[in-house]
Write a protein that binds this ligand. Sequence first.
Ligand SMILES: NC(=O)c1ccc[n+]([C@@H]2O[C@H](COP(=O)([O-])OP(=O)(O)OC[C@H]3O[C@@H](n4cnc5c(N)ncnc54)[C@H](O)[C@@H]3O)[C@@H](O)[C@H]2O)c1
Length: 441
Amino acid sequence: MVETNVVAEPTAAILEEKIRSRRARVGIVGLGYVGLPLAVEFAKAGFSVTGIDISEEKTRRVNAGESYVGDISNATLAPLVESGKLRATSDFSAVLELDTINICVPTPLRKTKDPDMSFIVSSCQEIARHFHAGTLVILESTTYPGTTEELVLPMLTKGGLQVGRDFFLCFSPERVDPGNPRYQTVNIPKVVGGCTEACTQIGRLFYSQALQTVVPVSSTQVAEMVKLLENTFRMINIGLVNEMAMMCDRIGINVWEVIDAAATKPFGFMPFYPGPGLGGHCIPIDPFYLSWKTKQAGIEARFIELAGYINGQMPHFVVDKVQNALNDAGKPVKGSHILIMGVAYKRDIEDMRESPALDVLLLLQRRGGIVSYCDPHVPQLRLDGLSLQSVSQEAAAEADCVVIVTDHKAFDYTSLVERASLIVDSRNALKGVASPKIVRL
Ligand SMILES: NC(=O)c1ccc[n+]([C@@H]2O[C@H](COP(=O)([O-])OP(=O)(O)OC[C@H]3O[C@@H](n4cnc5c(N)ncnc54)[C@H](O)[C@@H]3O)[C@@H](O)[C@H]2O)c1
């Protein structure tokens, strides 16, 4: 872990000493997929951590040692709570006692695809009411470049405090990948950029107490842009490969075989895979934060708009495949029983935010299909007035068509192929299985 010498300003020196000695009282605002794992890492590193969340259900569960985030087990959380290292509250007056505050609240899009900054604004307003000198504040929520200094900073300086002297402000993009067994909060390198050099150095010192690698950058804007580059890179490459899938389909080539063979090139190529569309809280959303910002500067983010359009077509493409496959089997989609395998937005997690499975499900229903789903991670589903319960995988035997939308490892693919009469596989989950029942993307 990196240790640095932070500037000798009195406030900075006091905070530095508190951080190094683990006496700094750490606050995490927003205890979701990002905030709870971060709170756990700092508690494990020996800090006294207070999580603040407006959800009383979440604070109650944390205080009961009960995790609601897949990557954090109760066995990890409960001892930290029992030993007093970690507690949660909905009361922002806790800020009075804190030395550091990480903000991990949601940053969704409005229906118009404009950034919804309301969660950052409301949490910062609450922080500002109890704010005091000597605090390090780090925004982690993904957002457009400029947010930290244009939106957050003015709220914290209202009381006359000066950034870099009286308090310290940074942006640090969150890169956590829920469900990834190899890379978790502790071993994903952490980029941090401050409003001033002193801010960056204290931010770096702070993270280096609990995380393995810290990467300082020269400004909050660079740190904000790093996250947008990473996620835009993914979104556009997925858009490219989705378009490639549609082209290969039209001319009768197996796109999966093409990608696997291309990926044998040891340099200059990185495989991305097509699928039923984008999902989750990041890839479908974050690039639009960037395009919103650059539009104001007179630059149209054309790659982003195009990839957004292509990715948005994928649920329709999958549904067309289902309809065609049923037609070929002599069954119209209207009145057919269709079983969707997997509704979470990606493999082996329970998160359904922006999941393309929801679009696939609704589109099939609108075409008259009788749709059910199977997902061991999502026991119930409420959507557009619909309330569904996950059925067992055995239901594949009764379905006219099975659609693999999310390729959870828990599914028994061998028995699925045995039982089902027709399978549309949007994830290449049945790679290597040859059967006339299988229709691939
Ligand atoms: N989930 C991911 O995989 C991931 C990965 C990288 C970055 N991010 C980014 O991190 C940020 C948080 O995402 P998340 O997935 O943890 O969201 P989440 O919805 O799981 O958690 C956010 C938490 O903030 C709480 N909250 C909302 N308003 C609040 C307020 N005013 N004060 C206190 N708490 C409040 C919510 O109750 C919730 O518990 C987003 O900007 C997201 O884009 C998420």
